[in-house]
Design a protein around this ligand. Structure first.
Ligand SMILES: Cc1cc2nc3c(=O)[nH]c(=O)nc-3n(C[C@H](O)[C@H](O)[C@H](O)COP(=O)(O)OP(=O)(O)OC[C@H]3O[C@@H](n4cnc5c(N)ncnc54)[C@H](O)[C@@H]3O)c2cc1C
Ligand SMILES: Cc1cc2nc3c(=O)[nH]c(=O)nc-3n(C[C@H](O)[C@H](O)[C@H](O)COP(=O)(O)O)c2cc1C
Length: 645
């Protein structure tokens, strides 16, 4: 390859892994591109590792592809905040010479669609960078692939063209590239037998059914192929075929303690669960209070049975799942793939409905699916699928019981069951680095929490202790949800409900640090906790009182929302202690908020803004809000907020 071959770096910003998956795919395809050089693959959190961002003028032959998602309410993924600060600099030559293209991921169900990608794409030219390809905006609400696939195709064409110019090569015609992207016709069919009736139904064209192909989602070649290779028994099955399962990071942990933190007459149940990794299976990097761990979850067994039944899938058949390139992903039984690699509660995207329609034996069902995914059926899709949060399983049972699509289609177009995240409530210093404790609230019909509750109950009943598969959170290496480095820094923690979990970890670590420190001069700590009733759901009451007695916690302020005549929430308690809160901020202290991101996070945010306005900004509301933003920039106002899945 010529030295002039453009070098392509791929950078991503992600919360749940979509952007990383696409970035990795681009990076992995680079070696097969004759005239391009594979550069770095990096999280934008680590942008400083990428020379193109340090000395961009020296790197005019370097092309940077940025794949980034939006989270919260139009916010960037937490880990890339330092990068977002970099691009706010007002220096028109800061990134002079840097060439880039942005692929923004978002969801039109949210107001600030693709906000992070837009912000990056608009900011970089102001720093002297050059955009070489128009931004892509992929909508997870209807299927990322609808935009991602053509955008990638264009990106490769553009890069090939740039490479040809740089190396004075003949420019390949787009037609030949297009052709190479077509599915190869001699690929083995994923299903050996195709039902005759299905062939007959398929023979009726889209036009004959009254649909216009151009108003339907585009069909793309499958990204995965599954071939039957026999029956279970003859094959060794892997421990897990979940895409979250990477044996180098996954930890197997055993339940070593479990107790209910709520009373038997409480409306909800919260469990304290302790997991231990054995010595051969230690958590690689010592975790810190504030870290969250993902629990790898399987589909509910009864839902798995219903799915197998409706599609008439043979549970013991062994499939070899491969990428388009032929590279094997996993070999396992149909049952295991259904349990672990597709999310049976996922909402079917339009591209899946389009693909499923080809496999319906009933013409009316085929028409229903085609209408739902067509542009003309937009309203019905919103009413019948999005608003009802219809799962693929419900859709199959209610609208397409005659569908006989092969499993490979679902493996290709459905997401896998996502890991569920839990914040450690333990301290590695005090509890041991191979011990992890969590507190979780059991959610009605919740997949993970009901499964974990069963494990906890069986431990509490003295039955066998079960195993759980855990992964550390991708962003932990750069997480900012950490207690202050110095014992001298005062801080306020606001964590109602299970939001208290990481703060118990913070305080346990503090207790340990105080016992090791000679210096008796330490800052103050205040915890605002909230629950319904003192007698029912005051989580970790004894532990918190003990931490207070031992001076790791100076003040515990609890808002009981159902104990008195008036509902009291943490934000009310904050307002009642406004002066104290402001004093902590004025002394250089930090504010932490953790828990469910619904009303609580907004209420607390508004209360803190008001407090700062009154005590630090001469009553000016706008200045209070600006001060809160500034504190967030300085990592002195840190939030770990989760939303319902
Ligand atoms: C970084 C991070 C840390 C987290 N830490 C904790 C923690 O320490 N403790 C903890 O309990 N949770 C925590 N969560 C939330 C947790 O990951 C799960 O989302 C939650 O336990 C529900 O999982 P599930 O599989 O039981 O429910 P799902 O099967 O995902 O949801 C089933 C249904 O219930 C709804 N739902 C989900 N959660 C709730 C809820 N809390 N209240 C009402 N309805 C809900 C969903 O919208 C869905 O309709 C954290 C999340 C993140 C991202
Ligand atoms: C809690 C949450 C908040 C989100 N907020 C937004 C938003 O404000 N704007 C938007 O365009 N997309 C939003 N999204 C959609 C994501 O950007 C989209 O699902 C994307 O594919 C996620 O990519 P990732 O896995 O790389 O993070 C949100 C998703 C979640 C789960």
């Amino acid at each position: 390859m010529s030295q002039n071959a453009p070098l392509v770096n791929v950078l991503y910003g992600t919360v749940t892994g979509n952007a990383e998956e696409i970035a990795r795919r681009i990076h992995n395809e680079l070696p097969s591109k004759k005239h391009l050089q594979q550069g770095l693959l990096r999280n934008l959190a680590d942008y400083a590792d990428v020379p193109a961002f340090n000395k961009p003028t020296l790197s005019s032959n370097v092309y940077n592809i940025i794949v980034v998602s939006t989270t919260g309410d139009g916010d960037p993924p937490e880990t890339i905040r330092p990068f977002m600060r970099l691009i706010r600099k007002k220096d028109p030559s800061k990134l002079q010479g840097l060439q880039y293209a942005v692929l923004a991921l978002g969801d039109t169900n949210y107001e600030n669609f693709c906000n992070t990608g837009k912000r990056i794409d608009n900011a970089l030219p102001k720093l002297g960078a050059t955009r070489f390809l128009k931004r892509g905006e992929a909508d997870d609400g209807v299927g990322l692939e609808i935009v991602v696939e053509p955008w990638l195709k264009n990106m490769w064409l553009d890069l090939e063209r740039i490479a040809a110019e740089a190396q004075k090569l003949p420019v390949e015609s787009p037609v030949s590239s297009e052709a190479s992207a077509e599915p190869s016709t001699d690929k083995e069919s994923p299903q050996a037998e195709v039902d005759e009736l299905e062939l007959l139904v398929k023979a009726i064209s889209i036009e004959e059914l009254g649909f216009d192909e151009t108003r339907l989602p585009k069909m793309f070649p499958p990204k995965v192929i599954a071939n039957a290779v026999g029956e279970t028994g003859a094959h060794q099955t892997p421990l897990s075929v979940s895409p979250s399962y990477d044996s180098s990071v996954v930890r197997r942990a055993t339940v070593t303690d479990a107790k209910k933190l709520t009373s038997s007459d409480c409306e909800k149940t919260v469990w304290h669960m302790e997991l231990s990794c054995d010595s051969s299976n230690q958590i690689k990097r010592k975790y810190r209070p504030g870290d969250a761990f993902g629990v790898i979850v399987e589909n509910d067994p009864s839902e798995v049975q219903r799915f197998l039944k409706i599609l008439q899938l043979e549970r013991n058949q062994v499939l070899r799942l491969c990428k388009e390139s032929g590279k094997e992903i996993a070999t396992a039984s149909v049952l295991q793939f259904v349990q672990q690699r597709i999310d049976l509660r996922a909402m079917p995207k339009k591209s899946l409905l389009r693909a499923m329609s080809d496999h319906c034996l009933d013409v009316e069902e085929r028409k229903t699916l085609l209408h739902l995914c067509s542009r003309d059926g937009r309203r019905q899709y919103t009413e019948q699928v999005t608003k009802k949060e219809l799962s693929i399983l419900q859709l199959l049972e209610d609208m397409a019981p005659s569908c006989r699509a092969p499993l490979s289609l679902f493996l290709d177009l459905l997401p896998a069951v996502a890991p569920r995240w839990y914040s450690a409530t333990s301290s590695p210093e005090l509890d041991g680095s191979s011990v992890l404790q969590f507190a979780f609230s059991v959610v009605e019909a919740g997949l993970a929490t009901n499964c974990l509750a069963r494990l906890c109950q069986s431990f509490a009943d003295g039955q066998h202790s079960s195993e759980v598969l855990l992964i550390p959170r991708e962003s932990d290496s750069t997480s900012h949800f950490r207690p202050p480095a110095s014992l001298k820094t005062s801080y306020i923690m606001i964590g109602p409900g299970t939001g208290v979990a990481p703060f118990r970890g913070f305080l346990r670590e503090r207790l340990h640090q105080m016992s090791q420190s000679e210096d008796k001069e330490v800052g103050t700590t205040t915890l605002f906790f909230g629950c319904r009733n003192r007698g029912k759901d005051f989580l970790y009451e004894d532990d918190l009182l003990e931490l207070q007695e031992k001076r790791a916690l100076d003040k515990l302020d609890v808002a009981f929302s159902r104990d008195g005549p008036k509902k009291v929430y943490v934000q009310d308690r904050l307002m009642a202690c406004a002066r104290e809160v402001a004093e902590v901020v004025k002394s250089g202290g930090c504010l932490y908020v953790c828990g469910d991101g619904g009303g609580m996070a907004q209420g607390v945010h508004a209360a803190l803004g008001d407090i700062l306005a009154e005590f630090c900004c001469h009553g000016k509301a706008e200045d209070g809000k600006a001060m809160l933003r500034q504190l967030a920039e300085e990592q002195r106002y840190v939030r770990d907020i989760w939303f319902h899945g």
